[in-house]
Design a protein around this ligand. Structure first.
Ligand code: 5AD
Ligand code: SF4
Length: 335
């Protein structure tokens, strides 16, 4: 597999068959090479993001997600602007300089409400970046959010295959709408993140190769890729979780495809593996998101089962793998 790893590092792309081979390979060389590429651009620095899960209301019914509208068991909550600002204050003291506002698709947060929150955060913390992760919105809405000060936007494409997309989502959701939104985000100058779950029901290696081709074409600044984990109150309750090794290979491949990518070791990865953060970083990840939501709501934001809570010793854990957190917005670095 060394030849495939070398080819990917050289050409930043492989053929579908080559991707399929490399995805299931078992060779530390791939990970080593990915680490080296990350170090060339970002050194041993890991960016810390503060995740604020500000609403778990969602109008959608993605089949995999515990926040889906049809899950009547979920205890719903919304954070006020004041509560969100309190999260920011605590996060700022802990060295965080990017706040990620994540929520379901909740009509309560109109452009007016959301831009007001964004402006308030930017007024108080002018040295911080804001990342939004609030689902699909129209061009004009995104434009207002950008003008209010939002810097980045995460919207996973989930799968680049139309049939697979339809197997994961209800008929009213479409891959075309999702991709349109991603292109709007790029056009509006957001640092844009797409991504997908690894091991979602029905996913094949060919699907993953298509995800990689889609990413090559979209050319996002960030990619989120973590394991699918079943949630008991969803149609996928009995499905099995994504494979750790496959997740790590995907992270390494993404790093080699685009060395400057902002690439998180996800919470889902840390949920399926005790050493998930270390393993992710060793495979080329350079971002970790720390939950800074109020403790009182944390267990209500249950996208999947057994989601881990606040993590202690993260600083030490990064040092153990030769890395360190920096107090920085951690913007995308173009090369
Ligand atoms: N397992 C892992 N990730 C999930 N997501 C949603 N449900 C699950 C699950 N059961 C991911 C989706 C979504 C992001 C916010 O969380 O990829 O885009
Ligand atoms: Fe809603 Fe996002 Fe969950 Fe889909 S994945 S149900 S859009 S919170």
């Amino acid at each position: 597999m060394r030849n495939l790893t070398d080819k990917l590092a050289r050409e930043r792309i492989l053929t579908r068959d080559e991707f399929k081979k490399l995805l299931i390979s078992d060779d530390d060389y791939l990970h080593e090479k990915a680490r080296n590429e990350r170090e060339k651009i970002y050194g041993n620095k890991i960016y810390l993001r503060g995740l604020i899960e500000f609403t778990n209301y969602c109008k959608n019914n993605c089949l995999y997600c515990g926040l889906r509208h049809a899950n009547t068991q979920a205890k719903r909550y919304r954070l006020t602007k004041g509560q969100i600002l309190e999260c920011c204050a605590a996060g700022y003291d802990a060295g965080i300089r990017t706040f990620v506002l994540q929520g379901g698709e909740d009509a309560f947060y109109t452009d007016e409400v959301l831009t007001d929150v964004i402006r308030a955060i930017k007024n108080n913390y002018s040295d911080c970046a804001i990342t939004l992760s609030v689902g699909e919105r129209g061009y004009d809405s995104l434009k207002l959010l950008r003008a209010a000060g939002a810097d980045r936007y995460l919207l996973r494409h989930e799968t680049a295959d139309t049939r697979h997309y339809a197997a994961l989502h209800p008929p009213e959701m479409s891959l075309a709408a999702r991709q349109k939104c991603l292109r709007d985000l790029k056009e509006l100058g957001f640092q844009t993140g797409c991504g997908f779950m690894v091991g979602s029901p029905g996913q094949t290696l060919a699907n993953i190769a298509d995800d990689l081709f889609f990413i090559k074409e979209l050319d996002p600044e960030m990619v989120g890729a973590g394991p699918f984990i079943p949630h008991s109150n969803t149609p996928f309750a009995e499905e099995k979780a994504g494979d750790l090794k496959l997740v790590l290979n995907i992270l390494a491949i993404l790093r080699l495809m685009k060395p400057s990518l902002l690439l998180p070791a996800t919470t889902a990865l840390a949920t399926i593996s005790n050493r998930g953060y270390e393993q992710g970083v060793n495979a080329g990840a350079n971002v970790i998101m720390q939950n800074i939501s109020p403790v009182s709501v944390r267990e209500k934001y249950r996208i999947y089962n057994n989601k881990i809570g606040a993590c202690e010793n993260l600083t030490q854990r990064m040092q153990n793998v030769g890395c360190e957190f920096v107090v920085s917005r951690g913007d995308y670095t173009s090369v």
